[in-house]
Ligand binder design. Structure first.
Ligand code: GTQ
Length: 345
């Protein structure tokens, strides 16, 4: 038994009038045979970003802006403040003497420090100095304010799980009753308690599901990667990669964003790999060619690039390279959705 197009359309119209729809008209879109990301591979050159960032510094103060940030918008997702389908990325500028006022929000944030001496962020009553290449965490719902106490403009990459939290409609935000939060602990306190391969006798997690260490210094990360590279041949797909871990449980440092650093010795080329998580990458050091999908990007230091989910990626180091990466992998893993495919070398 079949019906005419007109009969079907008439049926669909009557369904629509009662807030229903035929599954068979949309099933293929709901259940594709594999992910097809709406996001595009993309590359932001720091050399292009920096002059505009400094120009924004002449335009308004950090306090006025609350956060003076240039959002890195995926060209296929314009207007949505997304670098990938689920991750937000931006470049934040603080000028000497400025404060980005204290607030807190349920989205988690990470920082990857790009340039400038004297950048400070405070988290949960403790300050940390952010140096180039440091990976710094603002846990969900932790008060945080930023400042620049040296004589340089300070810039860093912000990564937030904003699109994910928006999707879940779980976002809260609150302003502190002062510009800066009260400082209750000396700088280095968290690192001493949790970051010396030791933890308190009765470990308590001050930030719930997020690591109690909120600055993973580049000096340590880099030294570990260099030593690891000397100890064994790089993995064909991952080169020499180490992930930022929560010392309390060994898991990812944050509940909604995974972060790691990949080191490729000069001349090393990775075999293609793809995974369901979408990556935001920032070249800490070196010169790297990134092949993402059909495109090839020549990354210089501090450049940012994105690899959408389930898109082949491969890298070639022109010089010794250190690539900071973050993604929504931890979410995929927790939900039992994470997959990867490793291509032939
Ligand atoms: O530093 O708290 O890029 O709240 C976007 C939202 C940075 C921050 C961003 C934020 C922040």
């Amino acid at each position: 038994m079949t019906s005419t197009d007109a009969e079907r359309q008439d049926f669909y119209d009557r369904l629509g009038a009662q807030d229903m729809a035929p599954l068979w008209a949309v099933l293929k879109g709901l259940l594709p045979s594999e992910p097809r990301s709406k996001a595009a591979p993309h590359h932001w050159r720091y050399g292009d970003v920096r002059p505009l960032l400094l120009e924004s510094g002449d335009l308004l103060t950090a306090e006025e802006a609350e956060r003076r940030v240039l959002v890195l918008e995926n060209p296929a997702l314009k207007g949505l403040s997304r670098a990938t389908a689920t991750m937000y990325a931006g470049i934040q500028l603080i000028l000497p003497g400025e404060t980005a006022p204290a607030h807190r929000h349920s989205p988690s944030a990470l920082r990857f420090m790009l340039e400038g001496e004297g950048a400070i962020t405070a988290v949960g009553g403790e300050r940390t100095t952010m140096r180039r290449g440091d990976f710094v965490i603002t846990p969900s719902w932790a008060w945080h304010d930023h400042g620049a106490e040296g004589s340089d403009p300070c810039a860093w990459l912000d990564g937030l799980d904003l699109p994910l939290v928006q999707f879940l409609e779980a976002g809260f935000n609150e302003h502190y009753n002062d510009k800066n939060q009260a400082i209750t602990r000396p700088e280095g306190d968290s690192m001493a308690r949790y970051g010396a391969n030791m933890v308190p006798m009765r470990p308590q997690s001050p930030y719930g599901l997020t690591t109690p260490i909120f600055n993973y210094p580049y000096t340590q990360t880099r030294a570990a990667l260099v030593a690891a590279a000397a100890g064994a041949a790089p993995d064909p797909h991952e080169a020499v990669s180490l992930r930022y871990a929560n010392p309390l449980d060994g898991g990812w440092a944050m509940p909604t964003m995974s972060a790691w650093m990949m080191h490729l010795p000069a001349g090393f080329e990775t075999a293609p790999i793809r995974s369901t998580d979408a990556l935001v990458m920032c070249l800490a050091e070196g010169r790297l060619t990134a092949g993402i999908g059909e495109q090839s990007f020549a990354l210089e230091e501090r450049d940012v690039a994105v690899a959408p989910g389930w898109t082949w990626r491969r890298f070639r180091a022109e010089t010794d390279s250190f690539l900071f990466c973050f993604s929504d992998r931890v979410v995929h893993e927790k939900l039992g959705l994470w997959r990867e495919e490793r291509g032939a070398a």
